[in-house]
Design a protein around this ligand. Structure first.
Ligand code: G5P
Ligand code: MG
Length: 223
């Protein structure tokens, strides 16, 4: 689908709700550029940048990184994306981050994946990730073709340090206290669209149909 003006979307949901998985499908079907705050932080940790070294303990403990650091990092990345349409995954995660984003640009739609916490806990302990690309696998749901190796590059997959059961519990707590208020923030602006379920394959057709409608309406408004 060709986009006639910049479309700005955010994908939200608790840790492990499938943001990365659904983002990959949106990128493939609609050509939005995927900007993931978690992937950017992990790339910094891997490259041992100053930022990565500072943020590693925060992330490993399941706590959120400071708002000012995150807002500067992500707004900078969005500027680098330039005139492309984008999909933000993992940001904003606090009301203060949402306000910082609003100051820079308006968001057209917020896709909220509403998945029960019980479902999430099982998923995260069997997740395997290809760090350089952010591609995610799951030993039950979408296993790699060759166990332990990325389908595209053949490079080794690793488990995230913050996917231990104790850290997952802390991440869910941080989500409840700090991120859930962001849903209310976007609901009151009339841009929140919630998709509930326990399986990504059942949620995805609804997200896809919604974006088809939304993007064709956006095109009509421009025409
Ligand atoms: P991240 O990287 O943003 P989270 O915690 O928000 O991390 P996460 O864990 O990346 O989110 P996800 O992207 O929502 O989860 O989910 P996913 O990876 O697609 O799916 C999870 C697993 O389930 C995968 O193995 C997938 O294959 C599988 N799966 C998907 N669908 C199904 C299904 O239907 N069935 C089954 N069985 N499996 C399925 O943030 C990490 C940390 O970075 C910091 C924080 O410390 C954060 O904790 N951070 C920030 N701090 C402050 N502000 C910000 N804006 C920050 N952004 C990141
Ligand atoms: Mg993710």
């Amino acid at each position: 689908m060709s986009l006639q003006r910049i479309f700005r979307a955010v994908i939200m949901g608790p840790p492990g709700s499938g943001k990365g998985t659904v983002s990959a499908r949106i990128t493939k079907s609609f050509g939005l550029k995927h900007v993931s705050s978690g992937d950017i932080l992990r790339a910094n940790i891997n490259a041992k940048t100053e930022l990565g070294l500072l943020m590693k303990s925060c992330i490993d403990q399941g706590q959120l990184a400071p708002d000012d650091v995150m807002s500067r990092l992500i707004l900078n990345d969005l500027r680098a994306v330039g005139q492309s349409s984008w999909l933000l995954d993992g940001f904003p995660r606090t009301v203060s981050q949402a306000e910082a984003l609003d100051d820079a640009c308006s968001v057209d739609t917020v896709i909220n994946l509403n998945v029960p916490f019980q479902t999430i806990k099982q998923r995260l302990t069997s997740r395997w990730t290809h760090f350089p690309s952010g591609r995610v696998y799951n030993t039950d749901f979408n296993p790699p073709k060759v166990p332990g190796l990325d389908d595209v590059t053949g490079e080794p997959l690793v488990q995230r340090d913050d996917d231990t059961p104790e850290t997952v519990t802390r991440r869910l707590k941080a989500y409840e206290t700090q991120t859930e208020p962001v849903l209310e923030y976007y609901r009151s602006k009339g841009v929140l669209e919630t998709f509930s379920g326990t399986e990504t394959n059942k949620i995805w057709p609804h997200v896809e149909a919604f974006l088809h409608r939304k993007l064709s309406l956006t095109d009509q408004k421009v025409a």
